[in-house]
Ligand binder design. Structure first.
Ligand code: FAD
Length: 417
């Protein structure tokens, strides 16, 4: 039996296959096909939605690791590689990815398949960095995809095949200077805070304030950082040293648990993107995140605030707001529009459903689309109404997986049979 990262999902697959290479993936899919079984690619199991759950055969991609080739523009990486390993290896060559999400324990295959994003008004998601993939389809045939079908594969939800290798754009390693400050939410939105810096995010509190974080490239070398007590500490541990002190200074009335979850730095920090932008100690929680048209953000937050207050469901964890550029992936929640992401989190041990179903109704009404890896209640008709290219995605699925070898009950609901 396996559980996902949050502990909210359990799965007891009938069998688990852990191929050591691409030929092993082909053999595993053909074996499942020969037995009439369903087989589901599984990454690090960090998703909150049951998108990776398998009731039949689980295809564990954890042995498909390592960089196959790289140059100054591109890296070809095996799909089971964890993002933190990839970023560390790229850093050794003064390279990085333009997009660094909060969670770096995910696999490249899993992150790409669900449209994993970071936060920056002009930055896309990891899916937007994909230039080509190698994929094993539902009959065990191997494809290299670098043409129009790529916009289906960018957010394939594990429904089109098993990614074995992914070509991603890389960028020169940057040193970022990051800061955080507590301000009224209204002032931050009026000032266009989310558009000004290369990287931004907000933790919005029920009292109308928000902890605003930003990061921009600087020339300085990422050597060391000052801790709150004035000691020099490695950048990687600066967040841990400074976080509780910093937030208790700026938000003295917040509960300790909230304090721990919210602040990252002792006011400011300097370092490479893969250190500065990753959440050091994410709180175990269930998450429902929605991608809104960017211009709807202010209204959406006001309506969410009013609806949760009226129903006595005010979130106990701050609401996380991030931004991203429009995407080309046909099922990417940011497809075709600059996006504001709104994530509502419920700490483990509390039933998240009453709040999440309210969030779905309020944010769905302002044009929101759910992040596929987070908790949501969407089914195929919602997908058809929200995604202009949904039928193109289904056509590619019919071609690559006509027997629905890669389906599971969750995908049956979201994509239809
Ligand atoms: C602490 C934490 C922080 C996070 N931070 C962010 C964030 O900042 N931004 C964001 O957008 N999301 C974030 N997420 C969500 C996370 O990025 C997604 O859940 C991602 O899909 C997890 O990758 P995984 O390797 O665990 O994939 P899994 O959860 O195992 O699988 C996800 C999907 O990918 C498919 N899949 C996996 N491997 C392959 C493959 N090789 N070929 C084809 N399909 C495959 C699976 O079938 C499934 O459909 C976070 C999650 C956690 C727990």
């Amino acid at each position: 039996m396996w559980t996902n990262w949050s502990g909210g999902l359990q799965s007891r697959p009938r069998a688990t296959d852990r191929p050591l290479d691409e030929a092993g993936v082909v053999a595993a899919v053909r074996r499942a096909a020969g037995r009439g079984q369903r087989i589901r690619p599984v990454g690090a199991r960090w998703s909150w939605s049951p998108v990776a759950v398998s009731d039949d055969v689980a295809l564990d991609t954890s042995a498909l690791t390592g960089i196959v080739a790289s140059d100054a523009q591109r890296v070809r990486v095996r799909a089971g590689e964890k993002l933190h390993d990839l970023l560390a290896e790229l850093a050794r060559h003064d390279l990085s990815l333009d997009v660094v999400p909060r969670g770096d324990g995910v696999t490249v295959g899993g992150a790409v398949s669900t449209g994993t994003h970071g936060s920056g008004a002009r930055i896309g998601s990891l899916s937007s960095l994909v230039r080509a993939v190698r994929l094993v389809d539902g009959r065990g045939e191997l494809h290299r995809i670098d043409g129009p079908d790529l916009d289906a594969v960018r957010v394939g939800l594990g429904a089109l095949g098993v990614l074995t290798e992914v070509d991603l754009d890389v960028v020169p390693e940057r040193t970022l200077s990051a800061g955080e400050e507590l301000r009224p939410l209204v002032a931050l939105l009026d000032d266009g805070f989310l558009e000004v810096h290369d990287w931004t995010e907000l933790e919005v509190f029920p009292d109308g304030t928000a902890l605003a974080r930003w990061a921009d490239p600087v020339e300085a070398e990422p050597v060391e950082e000052r801790g709150v007590a004035g000691r020099a500490v490695a950048v990687g541990s600066a967040a841990a040293v400074g976080s509780a002190h910093a937030l208790s200074r700026v938000v003295p009335r917040l509960a300790p648990a909230l304090r721990r979850s919210a602040s990252r730095w002792s006011g400011s920090t300097v370092g490479p993107a893969h250190r500065v932008l990753v959440a050091e100690r994410p709180v175990r929680a269930e998450v429902s995140e929605w991608a809104l048209p960017r211009e709807a953000l202010g209204r959406a937050l006001r309506e969410l605030d009013a609806a949760t207050a009226a129903r006595g469901l005010v979130p106990r964890m701050p609401v996380l707001v991030r931004v991203g550029a429009a995407e080309t992936g046909w099922l990417h929640p940011a497809f075709g529009r600059d996006t504001a992401w709104v994530a509502v989190r419920v700490r483990n041990g509390t039933d998240p459903e009453p709040l999440f179903s309210l969030v779905s109704s309020v944010l769905g009404d302002v044009g929101g689309r759910p992040h596929w890896a987070t908790r949501h209640d969407w089914t195929a008709p919602d997908v058809d109404a929200a995604y202009a290219r949904a039928s193109d995605f289904r056509r590619v699925r019919d071609r690559l997986d006509p027997d629905r070898r890669f389906a599971n009950p969750h995908l049956d609901a979201v994509l239809g049979p």
